[in-house]
Design a binder for this molecule. Sequence first.
Ligand SMILES: [Cu+2]
Length: 155
Amino acid sequence: MITRVISRPAVLAAAALCASLAAPATALAADHVVKMLNAGKDGSMVFEPAFVKAAVGDTVVFTPTEKAAHNSASVLLPAGAKPWRGAADTELKVKLDKEGVYLYACEPHKMMGMVGAIQVGKPSNLADAKVAAAKEQAAFVMGKDRYDKALAQVR
Ligand SMILES: [Cu+2]
């Protein structure tokens, strides 16, 4: 009876080790840190970098480097991707499970152009993203080209 109790965690550990050894090297996912800033290279109220190119399975970490009630909320997603909405001045990790272009914004400062874009794999919904970006930007009071600048980096 005692050996059975002791051996169970060992079996689980062995199973976990086998699973990790079996995973191909290409499955290693990366973290992309995006700072939320009151002022950055591109002016006031920015995500930095405002464009991230990622692979499926990667994670974007929205980091409240400077606090001013910044958050990150999805605006446009590839088909099947899960929307997100972070709390103010709080780190948010978003796992990117679907290929395509993502648009997001800081809700309190969207009107000031605090927005960004993410490309995951093939940008098959780029045309839709450009239409949505143009519509959003038309309502901004500043930083009216920030989505354009981010989407210009999609390759
Ligand atoms: Cu903000």
